[in-house]
Design a protein around this ligand. Sequence first.
Ligand code: B4P
Length: 199
Amino acid sequence: MINLILFGPPGSGKGTQAERLKEHFQLLHISTGDLLRSEIANGTALGLAAKEFMDAGQLVPDAVVIGMLGGAVDQARQAGKKGIIFDGFPRTTAQAEALEHMLTDKGTAVSCVLSLVVDEEELTQRILKRGLTSGRTDDTDIDTIRKRVQEYRTKTEPVASFYKDRDLLEEIEGVGSIDAITEALMDAVNAFSSKHSDG
Ligand code: B4P
């Protein structure tokens, strides 16, 4: 399988690029943000619990997020996909460890981690712009956006070292045309996939 992780701060373009990469590499797209928003829209207990954290710009607790992904590998295989693209997951070291166990149990592994690099000013502007149309409460308030970036710096950025130690991390410039960034990401995946693919 080809299992990709799209990594980066809020608003760095993970969702935007995942949509393109999933088509090209025939991957199952798993966005924990989308899964959580769907739980909220459906008014489930999980959604209600998650909403409080998301509206405050905080990460949702690990157990909740990890619990949502248990069937991912089987789902990808049943759908005849070549692998999975994880968008917005893992966001903590505990999530990265859980993912490693989950994939190992299923006889597969992470192929590469693509880290989108975007400066803070650009991130804030993108999120505020998206907030004009997204209907997402976490996109409209500047203090909430700052909190999300702060959560990223303290809890998510350490995940990069987890993958750097495993020689799986590739940093990609995330500012520029969306097409040019897609191309750079695809080049990186192609360079990695022969090295790490498990068939
Ligand atoms: P997510 O849904 O993952 O959202 P995100 O990080 O804000 O967005 P992303 O990086 O995908 O940006 P996008 O492509 O949309 O998370 C939301 C919340 O859910 C989190 O704060 C957290 O509370 C919770 N959550 C999710 N996963 C979790 C986990 N694993 N653990 C705990 N909590 C979790 O791009 C942003 C905007 O920029 C778009 O409008 C896009 O059009 C634009 N854009 C993209 N690329 C561009 C480019 N090259 N140039 C200009 N604009 C660009």
